[in-house]
Design a protein around this ligand. Sequence first.
Ligand code: PMP
Length: 276
Amino acid sequence: MAIGYLNGKVISSSDPVLPIDERGHQFGDGVYEYIRIYNGRAFMMDEHMDRFFKSAKAIKLNLGQTREEIITVVNDLIERSGLADCDVYMQATRGIAPRNHLFPNVPASISMTVKPFRAMDETLRKNGAKVKLLPDERWQNCWIKTLNLLPNLLAKQEAFEAGAFEAVLVRDGIVTEGSSSNIFLLKDGTLITPPATKHILHGITRIAVLDIAAELGIPVEEKEFAPEFIFEADEVFLTSTGIEIVPVTSADDRVIGEGNPGVMTTKIYEAFMKRV
Ligand code: PMP
């Protein structure tokens, strides 16, 4: 059963609880996390918590709860939901206060939902996904997982309307990441991904993939590359908590590699699934 949580109370995930002066709603003044639960257990909870606290600190938001307290809430909610495979979203905002750009002196609001896992269309993984290259119009601090996702949404929608699964963003001639995923290439046996600068979200799945590459003895280079490099790659794939690892077989309607999910991508995906 899907359930929700707001500031210490377990609620129904469909309860209408949004106060008019909630800053998340008025300003997008907050941060969030998304954690996958496999078989009743959170995957890479520590890494997600590290990022949640890092994001909150970056926007000078005091969560008012310890990491252990938040983990306890998450685990309690998972148990109450009775769901084995589910999605946990948590949002922290700068609370409820009359509209003012200056920070109010009120406690942060923390909300969560636990809902059945929304599975992706598996034919994408089998056949590979299309992507569309689009300008990265976001701000300078994309490493912070903020609630302000408007440029991401606009890019994803534009890609979707062009028949693509994901927008791959380009800033100053350099590929950064997907609108809601990180990007990896394979070229001559080396795994290449943009470095974890402030212009990308430091994906948790990205961490797992880099670790798997080390385990499998695949050489890795974290380096910047131009969009043209995507067309010359042997294999391309996207990563995120929700989609895990998805092969990309065309970009801007140009075929990548053989036009099929690559052998190395499949190998890395299988290693990932072993971990989860
Ligand atoms: N980049 C962006 C912009 C994202 O929104 C996401 C998904 N949260 C990712 C990368 C992938 O991150 P993760 O593997 O932690 O889900």
